[in-house]
Write a protein that binds this ligand. Structure first.
Ligand code: FAD
Length: 587
């Protein structure tokens, strides 16, 4: 199929942000505030980005509930939670700037829950020494997205008054999927290529600066809390453009996902349940987390149930319950209980808040959880425990960026949010993503604006071979007559990842996964999609690409996943992945 360039819609922007979640919207707002003509692209509907699912809150050391909190303690908690494999500059900027970004959201209209004296309320979460998560019940992501979207609309209204066109300076392209970044002959970013979902029409955004804000890779695993969008597109786009990914072996398994019924397995049960008093028990009724406190955390965690329970009302004189250890520790402990035969018939353990809080408090603090279990599992969490187990939740690895500017090694390419790597080390603390989005989203918008100004008007122009390749690649699955169904390939890929490289990794299984992934890469290159251009051929291939990249890194530390054997050891090298030549991956 040959396509003339006139069949491609061409648009011109100063900054193109790929992704309309928290990080993308914050980056776009900043770029627009710096006077740059900005496009926001989203493969889903505006308002449906993954950020909307976030429940527990945004971590920021405002000290509203415990005045002892400050950015230094937040920095220490983040580094310790990440096993000191975090980029320390990113963790520092995050801890210092998160409070300002949360107050900014409030100024833009976010209706956070309040303390009795009217400040933004902050709740406890695993790994955070003090109550630190600014929240809106258990629907914080929804409020964050609503606020940021409203801010975009406010900017558009101002442009309407001033320039006569609401979309003159900032425009949203919903249901538009990016399949390639295109560069100029010198290797600088020059454009973004993709297609509009409902028509299949191709579109080229000519731009010198791109901010990747595409989220994670969770859909490469079978049991996951992540939405369909998380196929690792941004990781693949960056890699194919020549940027490097780091620490891709660090995939977080949240300790508490639903395990029953099978149709909802993996759906998240927010950490707020534990933060607000919920406890973990095995089938013998034992609060088993007391048996799993690692030495590095021992001084901060209670040794008896009595002390742990006192902590909820008197934090100054008691230590935290071990249910509030960082996620990786809790997930592995649950796994050990299940493996030891103390798990439920559906392969989980019990999370109980019903015996800990009055029903009305549960309904006030955890309305979504109550609704979720009632509707999907027929369980009333005010009366009975939940059955939960680990679920793939977040990828700590991602595109390598400069902490201050969010710039990648490719001129003109920036990344923020879950697609970027380094901030969270080998394990992200709950609540640190939402604050990461707004801290580094703003920095990425600024970084992109600074970069454009440094070009002094000399914009890179798209190289024709790059564009031709992007078109041919997008059309290939449509013109291939007898290829495999992409959904079959994706489904089997998820099963392989689940079976061989999940929460606990063994050397021989990682080796086996590498062999299997090579086969998936070949199969993904042969998929075919019937039904014309108004379909979505890119997903499977993207997912496979990101996974193939993840895997060689994981091999470096086969026991890892939140606990690298090299953690804390001076001289530990950070695994990086780069595309070497046309398709092969080196790491
Ligand atoms: C159930 C759940 C609860 C959570 N709760 C919390 C919490 O309480 N606190 C916390 O800190 N974190 C939480 N997290 C994690 C947090 O929500 C995410 O890490 C964060 O929202 C990611 O935001 P983002 O801006 O990076 O990407 P997203 O919000 O995922 O946005 C990605 C955007 O990129 C677009 N996109 C992707 N690929 C393409 C493409 N090829 N072309 C065009 N557009 C594309 C998508 O359409 C979307 O608009 C939770 C996660 C889950 C799953």
């Amino acid at each position: 199929m040959v396509m003339s360039s006139s069949e491609i819609e061409r648009l011109s922007y100063d900054v193109v942000v790929i992704g309309a979640g928290g990080s993308g919207l914050r980056a776009a707002i900043e770029a627009r505030a710096r006077g740059k003509k900005t496009a926001i692209i989203s493969k889903s509907l505006f308002g449906k980005a993954h950020t909307v699912m976030a429940e527990g809150g945004a971590a920021a050391a405002m000290g509203n509930v415990n005045p002892n909190d400050n950015w230094q303690v937040h920095f220490r908690d983040t580094m310790r939670g990440g096993k000191f494999l975090n980029n320390p500059r990113m963790a520092e900027l995050h801890a210092k700037e998160a409070p300002d970004r949360v107050w900014e959201l409030e100024a833009w209209g976010a209706l956070f829950d309040r303390t009795k004296d009217g400040k933004i309320s902050q709740r406890n979460f695993g790994g955070h020494e003090y109550p630190r998560l600014a929240h809106v019940g258990d629907r914080t992501g929804l409020e964050m997205i609503r606020t940021l979207q409203q801010r975009v609309v406010a900017l558009q209204q101002a442009d309407s008054v001033e320039l006569g066109d609401p979309e003159a300076m900032i425009r949203v392209f919903a249901e538009t999927t990016v399949t390639r970044l295109v560069k100029d002959a010198a290797g600088r970013i020059a454009g973004v290529f993709g297609y509009i979902r409902d028509t299949g029409r191709f579109v080229l955004f000519e731009t010198p600066a791109v901010v990747l804000a595409t989220g994670g890779i969770g859909r490469t695993f079978k049991v996951t809390s992540n939405s369909w969008e998380y196929s690792g597109d941004g990781h693949a786009l960056a890699l194919l453009a020549g940027a490097s990914l780091l620490n891709m072996e660090f995939v977080q398994f949240h300790p508490t996902g639903m395990v029953w019924p099978p149709s909802v397995a993996g759906l998240l049960v927010t950490e707020s349940v534990r933060g607000d008093g919920g406890v973990l028990r095995n089938t013998e009724g034992k609060r088993f987390m007391f048996n799993y406190v690692p030495d590095v955390f021992r001084a901060q965690y209670a040794e008896t149930e009595e002390e742990a329970d006192r902590w909820y009302t008197d934090q100054a004189n008691n230590r935290r319950p071990p249910e509030l250890l960082p996620r990786d520790e809790v997930a592995r402990s649950i796994n050990s209980e299940i493996k030891a035969g103390r798990g439920t018939e559906h392969g989980g353990v019990f999370l109980d808040v019903s015996s800990r809080l009055p029903a009305e408090e549960i309904l006030r603090k955890l309305p979504s959880m109550h609704h979720q279990f009632k509707e999907l599992a027929g369980v009333d969490i005010t009366k009975e425990p939940m059955e939960i187990g680990p679920t793939c939740h977040y990828v700590m690895g991602g595109v390598e960026v400069d902490p201050d500017t969010a710039a990648t090694s490719v001129p003109g390419l920036f990344a923020a949010g879950e697609v970027s790597g380094g901030m969270h080390g080998s394990n992200r603390l709950g609540g640190n993503s939402l604050s990461d989005l707004v801290v580094f989203g703003k920095r990425a918008g600024d970084g992109a604006a600074d970069y454009i100004e440094s070009l002094s008007g000399a914009r890179p122009s798209v190289s024709s071979p790059d564009l031709d390749f992007a078109v041919a690649e997008a059309l290939a699955p449509l013109s291939r007559p007898d290829g495999e169904n992409p959904y079959t390939v994706h489904h089997e890929l998820q099963q392989t990842m689940h079976d061989l490289v999940g929460l606990i990794r063994r050397e021989h299984e990682v080796q086996q996964a590498l062999t299997e992934l090579e086969k998936f890469r070949e199969r993904a290159a042969r998929v075919s999609v019937p039904g014309g251009r108004a379909t979505t051929p890119a997903g499977t291939w993207r997912s496979t690409c990101a996974t193939c990249c993840w895997s060689p890194s994981a091999w470096r530390s086969p026991r890892s996943n939140g606990r690298s054997p090299a953690a804390g050891i001076p001289g530990r090298t950070t695994p990086r992945c780069r595309l070497n030549g046309a398709r092969s991956i080196s790491s």
